[in-house]
Design a protein around this ligand. Structure first.
Ligand code: ZN
Length: 243
């Protein structure tokens, strides 16, 4: 779907610059935005239902052209309606809706500005956050490490919502599609909301796995080698249904 949306959507900023009318939305299909918003809200609700966040912590975004739809700050996800659609441009300027965008906007925008991400999921998942306080990199205890691009790094701590945190996160994301944020949580991105969500779920599961294995007294978990991870990465590229 992201491909279709991208093709029907461009020129948001160009339209504004060319015409001088801030509200002109050339080439944008509002129905596609509404559909993406519905998908974003469903994904945000899933992070709560699956126990990856509590209350209104965590946030989700999706990009279409130069528009980034994002969960608003402090509104429980089960209360979000189609009318609450909230969107910013890549500089963070609000172009859709009246609710204040998530306070973690700098992290989301930093990902979109530097990668081909179409969706970003940020959570405070408990096992992942626990691991972020213990190590600077999640030890590769499982081959799904390869699905995130390699051993998952922990970004150094900085205040939530700060540009410093966004910078620390970007460095930790180098060559990866997800990372941990020290004493804070997780962030992953993907080509779709479903892929970004699944990477978060896998990351949380791997953190739980490592905590479980490493908590057995007197024993240390075996780790995968770089070569084993590379091999798993190749296999994962061909995983799934072939059409
Ligand atoms: Zn957070």
């Amino acid at each position: 779907m992201a491909e279709t949306l991208r093709n029907t959507d461009d020129g948001h900023q160009n339209g504004r610059q060319d015409s001088g009318r801030p509200d002109v939305r050339q080439g944008r299909a509002p129905r596609d935005e509404a559909r993406l918003w519905a998908e974003l809200v469903a994904t945000a609700r899933r992070t709560v239902a699956d126990g990856l966040v509590v209350g209104t912590s965590g946030n989700v975004s999706a990009r279409v052209g130069d528009l980034v739809l994002v969960t608003p700050s402090g509104v429980p996800y089960d209360r979000l309606t189609p009318d609450d659609i909230t969107g910013v441009d890549l500089t963070g300027r609000q172009v859709l809706g009246t609710l204040t965008p998530t306070s973690e906007l700098p992290m989301h925008l930093a990902v979109y500005r530097t990668t081909d991400a179409r969706a970003v999921v940020h959570t405070h998942a408990v096992h992942a956050t626990a691991v972020s306080t213990l190590v600077s990199e999640l030890p590769p205890v499982h081959y799904m490490t390869a699905a995130l691009g390699g051993p998952v790094r922990v970004a150094p701590y900085a205040a939530y919502g700060s540009d410093e945190l966004a910078g620390n996160m970007l460095r930790a994301l180098t060559g990866r599609s997800g990372c941990l944020l020290r004493n804070h949580g997780t962030i992953t991105y993907g080509a779709t909301l479903g892929q970004a969500y699944d990477r978060t779920a896998q990351l949380e599961w791997m953190c739980r796995l490592w905590l479980t294995a490493s908590s057995v007294p007197g024993l240390t978990p075996s780790l995968l080698t770089e070569a084993q991870l590379a091999e798993a990465g190749e296999r994962l590229k061909g995983y799934g249904q072939r059409r």
